[in-house]
Design a protein around this ligand. Structure first.
Ligand SMILES: N[C@@H](CCC(=O)N[C@@H](CS)C(=O)NCC(=O)O)C(=O)O
Length: 227
């Protein structure tokens, strides 16, 4: 058994949807690791040497240093194949990768961006919320995302492959930030997507992470006037 000092390290703030994606993958595979909370803002020279894009998360296991959540999860899947987070079937596996990519880009710039505008900018960066952009996100960009995901999900339990996969983790992770921004998917307009997110967040490897993050240091910034 590895001692705590020799365990692999996950660098990154728990509030990041990308860090959460890796934390859920690690929990699902029951991989032990050490967590070092690291903000991407004003990062040290030492951290930038590990993560040249100055982004979180970054995985460090001895000489192996991997910035980027998708690279980390891909590595973990090969290194610790069971239980698997990717469908075996080549088509479904490719679809899972697509949803991971869609979540990391599109949900990052829409769902997580609502949290960034409403919570991170005023409270962490001491900058004004861009209200016009926030309005665009909530009224135009998000409905398109929800329509797309609803169509992809259909009446299935999981997004692809008939199993819990990286697609489900990546898609639902930013919605924890969305909740901390005082928002939730409109249940009457997108009932299946809304219950999908709740269902995935309740999966045993995921639920404690959602609970901790919802009750973590960002809870105090959650807008009170919203549901
Ligand atoms: N493609 C990267 C994206 C990571 C990312 O954008 N992380 C955000 C935090 S949620 C970050 O580090 N932002 C700092 C910046 O963009 O300068 C991944 O999947 O790890």
């Amino acid at each position: 058994m590895k001692t705590s000092a020799s365990l692999p390290i996950l660098h990154g703030s728990n509030i990041s949807p990308y860090v959460r994606k890796v934390r859920v993958a690690l929990a699902f595979k029951a991989i032990e690791y050490r967590s070092i909370q690291q903000s991407p803002f004003n990062a040290s020279v030492e951290f930038k040497a590990k993560s040249p894009l100055s982004k979180i998360p970054c995985w460090e296991d001895g000489d192996l240093v991997l910035p980027d959540s998708s690279v980390i999860v891909g590595y973990l899947e090969h290194r610790y194949p069971s239980p698997s987070l990717f469908p075996d079937n080549p088509e479904e596996r490719a679809r899972a990768l697509w949803f991971e990519e869609y979540a990391d880009t599109k949900l990052g710039e829409t769902v997580a961006a609502v949290f960034f505008q409403r919570v991170v900018r005023p409270n962490v960066l001491k900058q004004k919320t861009d209200s016009k952009h926030l309005e665009h996100l909530l009224n135009q960009a998000l409905p398109e995302v929800c329509d797309y995901l609803t169509g992809c999900l259909g009446d299935h339990e999981y997004m692809t492959g008939g199993q819990f996969s990286i697609a489900d983790i990546a898609i639902t992770s930013p919605f924890v930030n969305f909740a901390l921004a005082g928002e939730a998917i409109d249940k009457s307009r997108w009932p299946s997507l809304s219950s999908y997110i709740e269902r995935i967040h309740a999966i045993p490897c995921y639920a404690p992470i959602v609970r901790d993050d919802l009750n973590g240091p960002f809870l105090k910034f959650r807008p009170k006037s919203l549901s």
